[in-house]
Design a binder for this molecule. Structure first.
Ligand code: ADE
Length: 255
């Protein structure tokens, strides 16, 4: 998979992608990264990429020219590398929410180059967004100071789904959201910590019982913390019974 990022802070992207799962997957050749700085596509001595907003108001707006030139350079580089053109995504709090489903959809089209646009200041001139961007994506109902961290979140979520990016122990199939539910709790040694033990079933060696307990916790947690997910997905097969059990145990004060 090839991902190109347009940003005035290329080192933020390069550095963060050098670590952990994304770094390992990159050095194994599972994905390629390109970064493009709009300042490299300016003609003035100050390498200006922003200006005051028409209509007045606070803050600065990123100018269309350098952004368009950086996006075109990114797509040209993809074409030279033999990568077919895929979507251009602008990271913005005004975008559609980033979800597991959207991540999986992008991963399923990983043979196409993905171009991410990270903005700074109050935003980017709408004309270049209208002309160049296929989708605006938000990482949540809050604002961060630029699109770089949101772009990195999206990159991490995508790369960990690439075949071979995770080893068996890290399997993405067991992640929260993989089956529409939150993940169950996890425990490791020591067996007693701060005078608290580990749920007995996890020490039982009974794999069917352990599997059932984990699904019960996943259903129960999702019901407690994210009822909207249950509402949308519904409960399947034995999940209503697992939830009833969880609710009974919770009402009795079980952990
Ligand atoms: N840029 C600033 N805030 C953002 C958000 N919530 N999602 C995506 N990009 C952003």
């Amino acid at each position: 998979m090839r991902i190109d990022v347009v940003t005035i802070f290329p080192a933020m992207i390069e550095d963060a992608c050098a670590h952990g799962v994304t770094g390992r997957a990159r050095s194994r050749g599972l994905w390629q990264l390109g970064v493009w700085n709009p300042r490299d596509f300016t003609a003035d001595a100050h390498r200006t990429v922003d200006d005051r907003p028409y209509g007045g108001g606070p803050g600065m707006v990123m100018m269309p020219g350098p952004i368009a030139a950086a996006l075109h350079a990114a797509r040209d580089a993809q074409a030279v590398a033999g990568v077919a053109r895929g979507p251009t995504i602008y990271l913005s709090p005004t975008g559609v929410p980033l979800t597991h489903a959207r991540v999986m959809e992008l991963v399923s089209r990983r043979e196409y180059g993905l171009t991410l646009l990270a903005g700074r200041y109050e935003g980017i001139d709408q004309r270049v967004l209208d002309a160049e961007v296929d989708l605006e994506v938000s990482i949540g109902d809050f604002v961060v100071s630029g699109g770089e961290l949101p772009a990195l979140l999206l990159i991490d979520a995508l790369v960990r789904q690439l075949p071979g990016a995770l080893n068996d122990a890290e399997s993405a199939a067991q992640d929260s959201f993989a089956d529409g539910l939150l993940d169950c709790p996890h425990y490791t040694r020591p067996e007693r910590y701060d005078a608290t033990g580990v749920p007995a079933v996890l020490l039982s060696g009974d794999h069917a019982a352990i599997w059932r307990w984990r699904r019960k916790q996943a259903v129960g947690r999702t019901w407690q913390r994210r009822p909207d997910l249950i509402e949308r997905r519904g409960l399947r097969a034995d999940e209503p019974a697992l939830l009833a059990e969880y609710q009974l145990e919770a009402s009795r004060g079980a952990p």
